[in-house]
Design a protein around this ligand. Structure first.
Ligand SMILES: C[S@@+](CC[C@H](N)C(=O)[O-])C[C@H]1O[C@@H](n2cnc3c(N)ncnc32)[C@H](O)[C@@H]1O
Length: 392
C-alpha cells in the first residue's frame, strides 16, 4: 500500500521549499499489515559535502539519525570520502572480479578508507512486498547526486535479480545504529575482496556515519588489500559454506586452499581458541585460568594470522595477568589490545574503553588481584567477568 502521510501536495511543496526541511525530496512511503510503521525513503543530497545519502527506514528512525553529528556538523566529514591519491589501485583479480592492490607500503594502523554510505536500509523493509521494497531502493538510487548514482551502478551484481537490490545484496555491510541493525552500501570499500586471513579491518563510527578501514599488518606495494566478510574463528568447512551461501563464491584464500593436513592443524587451533576462551572466561572458584593459558591463546591467534582478533587475545591476557596481580604484564597487554582492537571495533568500543582503563588505572578495574593468594581450585567468585567475543 503506497503511503504519502496526511499532507496535501501544496503542503509538500511548501515544506520542500522550507530551508529547514531536511530532505531533498518528499519521502515516498509504503505500509502494510506486517509493518509496524510506514517505511519510507529519505534522501539528503547535501550529506557529506554533496556525496548524498538515502535512508530506507521509518520516519522515527530517520529523524533519530538526523540528530547525529553526521547530519549536523559538516566539518566532521572534511576528511571522509577523499579519494584523490588513494593508497591502492582497483585492478581485475583472476577469479575474484575487481580488487584492491596496495600502491605503497601500509603499516599497521594506516588508514585506507574513511567513507560514508550511499544508503542505509532498515531490515524492516523486508516486511514490505518485493515490489514496494525494490521501488523504495530504486527511488533512493535515482535521487542520489549523479556522481554517487554512477558509483552505485559500477558495483558488482552477483545474484542476477533486480539490478538495484542485487547490487545492494552483493555489496552490503551490516552495521548497528542505536542497537538497530541496518544494511549499508559503501561503494569504494565494497571493492575489497575477502580473505580468511585478511590484512585490513573496518568498523563503523555511529556518530559520524563513517566506515573506517585500516591496515592491521604491514602491506607491501603489489599485495592485495583484503578484509573478512565473515567470522574467521570457524573451521574451514563452516567458513567455506558461509561464503558460498551468503556471498556466492568458492573461497580460495590460502587458509581455505591449503593441503588437508595443514587445514586439519588450523581447524584444531581454531577449536582450541574456543576452548581456552571458555576457560579464561570462567571467573568462578573452579576456574583453571592461568597466564600460561592466556599466552597460549595469543600464540594460537598468531599462528592463525588472525591479526585483528589478536586484540581479543591480548585483552584476555591483560585480564588474566591483572587477576594474578602482575601489573606491568597486564598493562603491556592492555596497550597491545587497544592498538589492534581500535582498528577492528572502533574508538569507542566497550573492549577498547575497558583496556584504556586497565592501561591507566589497573588497580581500579574489576579483574585486579581477583585470583591472587588463592590456591588452585579456591579462587574467588566474581560475577563481573564473562565478556565474550566482541564481533560475531
Ligand atoms: C563486495 S564485492 C567485492 C568486489 C568485487 N570483486 C567486484 O569486482 O566488485 C563481493 C564479491 O566479490 C567476489 N569476491 C570477493 N572476495 C572473493 C574471493 N576471496 N574469492 C572469489 N571471489 C571473491 C565475489 O563475487 C563476491 O560476491
Amino acid at each position: 500500500m503506497s503511503f504519502h502521510a496526511n499532507v496535501s501536495e501544496s503542503d509538500q511543496e511548501r515544506q520542500l521549499k522550507d530551508p529547514n526541511f531536511p530532505w531533498t525530496f518528499w519521502p515516498e512511503c509504503y505500509a502494510n499489515e506486517d509493518t509496524t510503521e510506514p517505511i519510507c525513503v529519505f534522501t539528503q543530497q547535501s550529506f557529506s559535502h554533496n556525496r548524498g545519502i538515502f535512508l530506507v527506514t521509518t520516519s522515527a528512525e530517520a529523524y533519530r539519525l538526523l540528530k547525529t553529528d553526521a547530519f549536523n556538523k559538516p566539518p566532521e566529514h572534511d576528511q571522509t570520502d577523499v579519494y584523490e591519491n588513494p593508497p591502492y589501485m582497483v585492478v581485475d583479480m583472476p577469479g575474484k572480479g575487481r580488487g584492491l592492490i596496495a600502491n605503497k607500503t601500509l603499516n599497521r594502523g594506516d588508514r585506507i578508507f574513511a567513507s560514508t554510505p550511499l544508503l542505509i536500509s532498515n531490515p524492516e523493509a523486508y516486511e514490505l512486498s518485493d515490489h514496494e521494497r525494490i521501488r523504495l531502493a530504486t527511488r533512493g538510487v535515482d535521487t542520489l547526486p549523479q556522481k554517487s548514482k554512477d558509483l552505485f551502478w559500477t558495483l558488482l551484481d552477483h545474484f542476477k535479480g533486480d539490478p538495484v537490490e542485487d547490487r545492494i545484496y552483493t555489496n552490503a555491510f551490516d552495521i548497528t545504529l542505536g542497537g538497530v541493525s541496518y544494511h549499508t552500501v559503501l561503494p569504494e570499500i565494497a571493492m575489497t575482496n575477502h580473505d580468511c586471513r585478511p590484512n585490513a579491518a573496518y568498523f563503523f563510527d555511529e556518530r559520524t556515519l563513517t566506515q573506517y578501514m585500516h591496515a592491521t599488518q604491514t602491506i607491501y606495494p603489489g599485495e592485495e588489500i583484503t578484509i573478512t566478510y565473515i567470522n574467521n574463528e570457524r573451521v574451514r568447512e563452516k567458513r567455506v559454506r558461509n561464503l558460498k551461501t551468503n556471498w556466492g563464491f568458492d573461497c580460495s584464500c590460502s587458509a581455505c586452499s591449503a593441503h588437508d593436513a595443514l587445514v586439519a592443524e588450523s581447524d584444531a587451533r581454531i577449536e582450541q581458541i574456543d576452548d581456552i576462551t571458555l576457560l579464561l572466561d570462567d571467573w568462578t572458584s573452579k576456574s583453571v585460568a592461568t597466564p600460561e593459558l592466556a599466552e597460549l591463546l595469543i600464540a594460537l591467534y598468531e599462528q592463525e594470522r588472525l591479526w585483528a582478533s589478536l586484540g581479543l587475545a591480548y585483552k584476555y591476557a591483560a585480564e588474566t595477568y591483572s587477576s594474578f596481580g602482575e601489573k606491568w604484564k597486564a598493562v603491556k597487554y592492555a596497550r597491545m589490545s587497544i592498538e589492534l582492537s581500535i582498528l577492528d571495533k572502533g574508538w569507542k568500543d566497550r573492549d577498547v574503553v575497558e583496556m584504556q582503563r586497565m592501561a591507566d588505572q589497573l588497580e581500579m578495574t574489576w579483574s585486579w588481584n581477583k585470583r591472587v593468594g588463592l590456591g588452585a581450585g579456591k579462587k574467588m567468585e566474581c560475577g563481573c567477568g564473562g565478556h565474550g567475543h566482541g564481533k560475531e
